[in-house]
Design a protein around this ligand. Structure first.
Ligand SMILES: [Zn+2]
Length: 315
């Protein structure tokens, strides 16, 4: 009897450089506002990052999902790359309208506007129904889950049940605060850290169903398996966990567009070298991602998140 194939998905959060400035509290600690408003329109995450992910997906023969911050569509270069994503058959999902890190705590009307405007703009731009959503910073709330369903989404992929990541994030936010440089980011509640690692149907308080497709963590240790951690562990670390990954039933491999940027060659502002993924040159990152995706495609059935969300009874 042949073993049923394990399920996997590969997806990319297209966070612009301006969002990293917000995480690290740069904009607030600098008097140079012109520099940061220019950064708000910098399409590097798309023109360098997303285009390389398109090459990677084509090379490894996988179809992926791009989580898009809808306000970025105002930029013509972004719209051109988005059209390439759609033409190549990849799924486009929503990463909100403006990526507020406090989305889960916004007043109801503001939250609803973020979600419904983003979904409408993405549908208008792609000509396709947009079924998926991922929250900025992976932070959810009951109100946000209701709003995701209200906006017409059928699945969410924001849960990141990863204690090491959540602990590190809370520590960094605390550290920035202690230094009088508040981060734009907020921590997630500890009860989520140990949540379910595999897909499930979330029953909302009003009885509606929303499919949840959690982001990958390793079995047992719950160490993160996302693009940023792949870059951090490098080729040797990947060799060590590859056998475990091959046996993992659900691998929702989440990347960020800047994972495949080159800090120097792509002219990324020096202040963002604070991001560990920016300190590794593309020449080292690219072969690592090729290996990771080729291995994923060998051991797993790789489909879009939208595909897996269509049949929740499989879980
Ligand atoms: Zn994001």
């Amino acid at each position: 009897m042949t073993e049923p194939r394990r399920r996997a998905a590969v997806n990319v959060d297209v966070d612009g450089l301006y969002l990293y400035d917000r995480i690290h509290g740069h904009a607030r600690s600098s008097g140079n506002t012109a520099e940061f408003s220019a950064a708000a329109h910098d399409p590097t995450a798309w023109t360098k990052g997303v285009t390389r992910f398109l090459d990677l997906f084509a090379r490894c023969d996988v179809t992926g999902t791009f989580f898009v911050v809808a306000q970025d569509l105002a930029h013509p270069e972004v719209r051109a790359v988005l059209a390439e994503c759609v033409a190549a058959g990849h799924e486009i999902a929503s990463h909100s309208l403006t990526h507020p890190y406090t989305l889960s705590r916004l007043p109801d009307a503001a939250m609803a506007a973020e979600l419904s405007n983003a979904r409408k703009q993405l549908q208008d731009a792609t000509g396709q129904s947009v079924s998926g959503f991922r929250a900025p910073g992976y932070v959810l709330s009951d109100a946000l889950l209701r709003a995701i369903a209200d906006a017409g989404h059928t699945y969410d992929s924001s849960r990141f049940p990863c204690p090491p990541y959540q602990l590190a994030k809370a520590a960094v936010i605390g550290l920035y605060r202690a230094h009088g440089r508040p981060s734009g980011s907020i921590p997630e509640w500890p009860n989520v850290w140990f949540g379910k690692r595999t897909p499930y149907v979330d029953r909302l308080a009003d009885g509606r169903a929303l499919v949840e497709l959690p982001i990958a963590t390793l079995p047992g240790t719950r160490l993160p398996y996302i693009g940023t951690s792949l870059i951090a562990i490098g080729a040797l670390g990947y060799d060590a966990i590859a056998p475990l990954l091959a046996r993992t039933d659900w691998l929702n491999f989440e990347c960020h567009a800047i994972d495949l940027t080159d800090h120097v060659a792509d002219g990324i502002p020096a202040r963002l070298a604070v991001q560990p993924d920016q300190r590794v040159p593309l020449a080292k990152k690219w072969p690592l991602f090729v290996r990771a995706l080729e291995s994923l495609a060998r051991h797993h059935e790789v489909r879009t998140l939208g595909h897996w969300a269509e049949s929740p009874d499989r879980f």
